[in-house]
Design a protein around this ligand. Structure first.
Ligand SMILES: Cc1cc2nc3c(=O)[nH]c(=O)nc-3n(C[C@H](O)[C@H](O)[C@H](O)COP(=O)(O)O)c2cc1C
Length: 351
């Protein structure tokens, strides 16, 4: 584009923003008619809500609904004081969805860990909660599938209901060790031409999976490219604009993708980014303990790039790329930027 045209359009845009940014309704006008910047976000959130509803109405039920509700029950069980009656408004749908997902697990698909957790929490709930017609119905419905659940439970001796942590056992990681790990981790952009064992990536994702997640829904998936001879590592990495000049040397790449289908309401639409980023942080720290290094890579919301990545990963419309992480064995001969961190007093305000 000609420089004068770019300047003209930018000036026009500035005046439009001065006119429209003042109120909600005029801002909405701007982002509906003058800019398409949020259109994909709208589609993803709307499609996510639709997906959630369809999932809930399907044969197998929504596993995000089950995870959220089971987590609410866990929280109810540890309340002080615990209310004699709780979860009346959602226990019915919880047991209904539990039964659907149990049937799926019994048929050999679904997430066994999730169903074992749900079984133990529901068992705990029904033994703790008082009497009420809604609870009587749900309890009976739960009891009807007890034998089926028991068969699956034989797979695990661990009770997955609220428990007391063993705080007597000393933690093998000290503050100084954690500080050293955080100091050692730097964004590394130059790697050895060596492939990364999948077992190590899986170990790092296992740690990432232990990160906090709103209502324990874990609405993300790690998509991995790890075959350097395959063009896709570089192809995927080059879609992110911040990797120019060094993406050809990435041995592996993770693309962290969030799913808006985890939520029934728009109010939770930012959680994919929060949960995904928390998991990414654990992931990169775990990589470092395994002798691997990484570089987080920004995913800008640019229409053409979004389309290419969606094609490459076969993403559904509710799936949004959160960020990319390049990873591999660091080249010890290459330097890393110092990237000075902000001083403590500039980062915190005690109130
Ligand atoms: C969300 C996010 C996006 C990033 N995007 C890029 C990127 O596109 N290209 C790049 O070279 N580094 C990227 N980085 C790395 C940052 O530049 C780096 O984390 C920062 O300078 C601090 O350095 P450190 O990670 O070594 O502490 C990104 C980091 C984050 C957290």
């Amino acid at each position: 584009m000609q420089a004068w045209l770019r300047t003209f359009l930018r000036t026009m845009d500035y005046f439009m923003l001065r006119l429209t940014a003042r109120t909600q309704i005029t801002s909405t006008f701007y982002y509906t008619f003058l800019s398409r910047a949020f259109w994909r976000e709208h589609r993803a959130v709307a499609f996510g809500r639709l997906f959630y509803e369809q999932d809930d109405r399907s044969q197998s039920g929504s596993h995000y609904l089950l995870r959220r509700n089971i987590h609410q029950l866990e929280k109810g069980l540890i309340m002080k004081p615990r209310r004699p009656l709780f979860a009346l408004d959602y226990i019915g749908e919880t047991v209904r969805t539990y039964r659907q997902r149990l049937a799926e697990c019994a048929a050999g698909s679904g997430d066994l860990e999730e169903i074992l957790w749900a079984t133990d929490v529901l068992t705990d709930y029904f033994s703790a909660v008082g009497e009420h017609p809604v609870i009587t119905d749900a309890r009976q419905s739960f009891a009807e599938v007890a034998a089926e659940a028991q068969t699956l439970k034989q797979e695990s001796a661990v009770v997955k209901a609220p428990y007391k942590r063993d705080l007597q056992r000393p933690l093998p990681v000290s503050y100084m060790q954690l500080l050293e790990l955080a100091q050692r981790r730097r964004s590394v952009r130059w790697f050895l031409p060596q492939s990364v064992p999948r077992s190590l990536i899986d170990q790092a994702i296992t740690v990432a999976a232990l990160s906090p997640s709103a209502c324990n829904r874990q609405p993300f998936v790690f998509h991995l490219f790890d075959d350097k001879s395959d063009i896709t590592v570089q192809q995927a990495a080059s879609l992110a604009l911040g990797t120019l000049g060094f993406n050809h040397n990435f041995p592996a790449l993770a693309v962290i993708v969030g799913r808006q289908r985890a939520y029934f309401s728009e109010r939770d639409r930012h959680l994919i980014y929060i949960d995904g980023a928390l998991a990414a942080m654990s992931f990169v720290l775990a990589l470092e303990t395994l002798g691997l290094s990484s570089c987080c890579i920004n995913w800008a919301d640019i229409e053409a790039q979004e389309r290419k990545m969606a094609n490459l990963l076969q993403l559904a419309p509710d799936e949004r790329v959160i960020m990319l992480v390049a990873l591999g064995y660091p080249d010890p001969e290459e330097r890393v930027p110092y990237s000075a961190k902000k001083m403590l007093h500039t980062l915190r305000r005690y109130r």
